[in-house]
Design a protein around this ligand. Structure first.
Ligand SMILES: Cc1ncc(C[n+]2csc(CCOP(=O)(O)OP(=O)(O)O)c2C)c(N)n1
Length: 672
């Protein structure tokens, strides 16, 4: 095999081997210095990464946000030093030697696992295995959707992923690959680090899947290559780029390649190699340079690779400059000023309709009505559901389904693949140009939770439409009735959990979710009809402070404050009326979003919560309510799982009724 090389100028040629060894050395050195990290994977995949970055990847290190760049996802995020070494070598701003030598230290750009926003060139946060794969499917899907809208001259790029055995063992990989194969996402290329080693030892301890056959069965193009043979890797990538299906390239590699006594062993996976082994590796690899030192010719060859795309990028900018302003803006920020204006108008429109004829409908139905206005106003919105379209109310008259190889539509039938749906939505949001929303039952947020957590950690605009939000879903029973889910979701930082009370609040919560640029949202919606509580038609978004006084105490002074969310706000209103008949003045506070309310001023919160005793009602567990109730408040809700029966019977059975709320209020007042 000819020794492939990067030609720098007429006279200097740098060998592939030296370029790959630069990655290996930086990875060994950084992990050694930190005394923590994973050298094995970067050393094993250095050849594959070198071929990809020097010969194929369309990128310009000086313009990391170029919308038509190829996306590179390191799904095997524990091998973060592979990515950091590449970003340093190719010349991304800020990824200095100092950063590499502060690997895994507080405040460095080189976090333990790659984190979005820490360094340019990190496309997504990875580490929880399998998530990067799901993100990449979303990115590849976003690319095809935008390509269908804007054409080849504007969006036409690949999404490459490096994934390890661990990624492929995770359940999410099945959902994600199955979806990608079905949709024929032919610009998705997975480079599988097929080293047959994971933490416990050889993968044969735990798995005997034939990954090639597995992917073939899901409609992928597959090939096996020697992951240390640059020419073979290049041929495989070349072929994958021409495939009419997504491609898996299984790269047979040796973990910790170059470590004299440890290569090929699990001991290189996740700990520093130690000074002796590193010395031996330097000798074996023929790398005679000091720690963190990259010789100038090797660095120059890498920098040339990092600048290779600049001509292409500049040509792209000229083409993009001719785009209609809206389309151009949408590539960088789909919710720009024009989109926010359109959002405001659409929400005002539907609120006016709801005010004119106050509807007694389920909040999921209200959400569908809101979407009927939003979808035509906001072309960036891409909807979908994990096989519960009719139940979630996620599809409108303005939707066309995306089909295999056909990306003209704007609605995704994710199939029964909640986890991949959530991870793919993260990928779509990260790609840019798209605001994804997707639905399932609230109880199945458990099936999406790892990806929801990453939406929150990354701060991406993803909207989860989670219907059937309590025992109010009725006959499907406790398997389908969320009780702890609101509390569990509220425990995730930087996640807005909205539980609107009626149609008007639904419109308001959609507006807030779409306007939140760096916070994902959950919309928890009812299956059952709820009364219209807001018919004021107010232009003001009253949900925007997270909680507000929906009905003040008659006569001003409060004897008691009733706090509620979603379907239970109606019960609080009924209880208020019952209490009024006894001469007790109760205020009702609707709390559609705790997180937003928690961010308000102390004065506002004090004014809303008042000084009178408080009763809260929510058809869910009490956890978290103590914050709003104080020491002496009462909670009406669930203390265990639900049951199978019609909704009305269940609310009565579990004591979540207006009369119980009123009774709790009377008791509190007596005590006070
Ligand atoms: C969801 C999840 N479970 C467990 C881990 C902990 N973990 C990190 S790497 C790894 C083994 C991965 O093996 P492989 O993909 O073969 O990586 P390699 O040993 O080749 O570097 C595990 C279990 C994780 N990061 N994410």
């Amino acid at each position: 095999m000819a020794n492939p090389a990067v030609r720098m100028s007429e006279e200097r040629v740098v060998a592939h081997k030296d370029m790959a060894n630069a990655i290996r050395a930086l990875a060994m050195d950084a992990v050694e210095k930190a005394k923590s990290g994973h050298p094995g994977m970067p050393m094993g995949m250095a050849d594959v990464a070198t071929v990809l970055f020097t010969r194929f990847l369309k990128f310009d290190a000086s313009a990391p946000d170029w919308p038509d760049r190829d996306r590179f996802v390191l799904s095997a995020g524990h091998g973060s030093m592979l990515l950091y070494a590449l970003l340093h070598l190719t010349g991304y701003a800020g990824m200095t030697v100092d950063q590499l030598s502060s690997f895994r230290q507080l405040g460095s750009k080189t976090a333990g696992h790659p984190e979005l926003g820490h360094a340019p060139g990190v496309e997504t946060t990875t580490g929880p295995l399998g998530q990067g794969l799901g993100n990449a499917v979303g990115m590849a899907l976003a690319e095809r959707l935008l390509n269908a809208r804007l054409g080849d001259a504007i969006i036409d790029h690949f999404t490459y992923v490096i994934a390890g055995d661990g990624d492929l063992m995770e359940g999410i990989s099945h959902e994600a690959f199955s979806l990608a194969g079905h949709l024929r996402l032919n610009k998705l290329i997975v480079l599988f680090d097929d080293n047959s080693i994971s933490i416990d030892g050889p993968t044969s301890l735990a798995v005997s899947d034939d990954q090639i056959e597995r992917f073939e069965a899901s409609g992928w193009s597959t090939v096996w290559v020697d992951g240390h043979d640059p020419a073979a890797i290049a041929v495989a990538i070349e072929r994958a780029r021409r495939a009419d299906k997504p491609s898996l390239i299984a790269c047979k590699t040796i973990i910790g390649y170059g470590a004299p006594t440890k290569q090929g062993k699990a001991s290189t996976h996740g700990e520093a190699l130690g000074p002796e082994e590193i010395k031996g590796a330097r000798a074996k690899l023929g790398w005679a340079h000091a720690p963190f030192e990259v010789p100038s010719d090797v660095l120059a060859a890498w920098r040339a690779a990092g600048a290779r795309g600049s001509v292409q990028r500049k040509a792209w900018e000229q083409r993009a400059a001719k785009l209609e302003a809206g389309n151009r803006a949408a590539l960088s920020d789909p919710m720009d000023t024009a989109a926010l204006t359109a959002l405001g108008a659409a929400v005002a429109d539907i609120k006016a309709e709801f005010a004119a004829t106050p509807p007694k409908i389920a909040t999921r139905v209200a959400s569908q009505k809101v979407l009927e206005k939003l979808v035509p106003a906001l072309p960036c919105l891409i909807g979908g559901s994990a096989d519960l379209t009719g139940s979630n109310g996620t599809r409108t008259a303005h939707h066309t389904a995306i089909a295999p190889g056909d990306f003209d539509g704007n609605y995704i039938h994710y199939g029964v693949r909640e986890h991949a749906m959530a991870a793919a939505m993260n990928g779509m949001a990260l790609h840019g140009g798209i605001v994804p929303y997707g639905g399932t039952f609230l109880v199945f947020t458990d099936y999406c939770r790892p990806a929801i957590r990453l939406s929150a950690l990354m701060g991406v605009r993803v909207i989860y439409v989670m219907t059937h939000d309590s025992i109010g879903l009725g006959e499907d029973g406790p398997t389908h009735q969320p009780v702890e889910h609101l509390a569990a979701l509220r425990a995730i930082p930087n996640l807005n959990v909205f539980r609107p009370a009626d149609a008007v609040e639904v419109a308001e919560c959609w507006e807030l979710a779409l306007a939140a640029a760096t916070t994902p949202s959950i919309l928890a919606l009812t299956r059952q009809a709820v009364p219209a509580l807001r018919s004021d038609g107010a232009a003001e978004n009253r949900s925007a402070k997270g909680a507000y006084v929906l009905a003040e105490a008659q006569g001003g002074a409060r004897d008691v404050t009733l706090l509620a969310t979603g379907s239970e706000v109606g019960l609080a209103i009924e209880a208020r009326e019952a209490l009024a008949r006894d001469g007790i003045s109760a205020a009702v506070v609707s709390m559609p979003c705790w997180e937003v309310f928690a961010g308000q001023s102390v004065a506002y919160r004090a004014q809303v919560l008042g000084r009178a005793p408080r009763v809260a009602v929510e058809a869910a567990v009490a956890q978290g309510w103590e914050r709003w109730l104080g020491e002496d408040g009462s909670f009406i809700g669930m203390s265990g799982f639900g049951a199978s029966a019609p909704a009305g019977k269940l609310f009565a059975h579990f004591g979540i009724t207006a009369s119980h709320v009123a009774a709790a209020a009377r008791q509190l007042i007596k005590r006070a």
